[in-house]
Ligand binder design. Sequence first.
Ligand code: ADP
Length: 266
Amino acid sequence: ATGTATSAASRTASEQPYAAERGRLEVADLAKRFGAQQVLRGVTLSVEPGSTTAIVGPSGSGKTTLLRLIAGFERADAGTVVLSGRDLAAGDLWVPAHHRDVGYVAQDGALFPHLTVGQNIAFGMERAAGRAGRRATRARVGELLEMVSLDPALADRRPHEVSGGQQQRVALARALAREPELMLLDESFSALDAGLRVATRRTVGGVLRDAGITTVLVTHDQAEALSFADQVAVMRDGRLAQVDSPLEVYTRPVDRATAEFLGDAV
Ligand code: ADP
């Protein structure tokens, strides 16, 4: 990415020694209130470039809100978000979602139903004018479909003409089309049946890892948290109660609920 070196240069090396590394995510003291409800109470999280962090925790603990703040769909009340050394949120500074190098895949994929699969994917790409541009777009859509193990011939179908697992992969291809530095997956595989979930998770995990894209995913699937992630973050009532390797969270869980959640995996 361009400009990361300059924004990192405005900090002293001792403050942010690795700030300019592409794909490094640093979230600090993030707070968010909806009405009277304090949903995030100071969340601090570091994610290594190219690594995967799974956020787990009970429903309503603030996992989706955290992802939405990182994506730029919502504005935090306090705290900072830094990606690749670039401040995305800090005090009065706030970069909206479409100016962040961040991909987001929601639970249902949320494809545009009136567009074809190919048009959905191309939506995230720069609009290239003329016939040559259209050919290049078509080729790139085909590449992206192959990347997520789908037949390029699916490009002309509508979302309702492909399966749920295929829709999730199309949603990922659309997010990948923007070549993001960071990918956020919000329970992206949870609507799929067990067999399809494993296959889709494996494909998606492989694509993101091969592309070296930093990934943060919210999941209620313990196998996903343990097998897919380099780091597990346990959310409790708007705070991260534990951030550790899967093995460490598994062998030394912060509390009984976490132990029970991860214990189901064996
Ligand atoms: P989780 O993803 O862990 O289930 P969420 O981040 O979705 O948790 O929600 C945390 C809390 O914040 C919930 O009580 C939810 O109702 C509330 N909340 C989330 N978004 C909004 C919103 N836009 N307006 C009001 N309350 C919200």
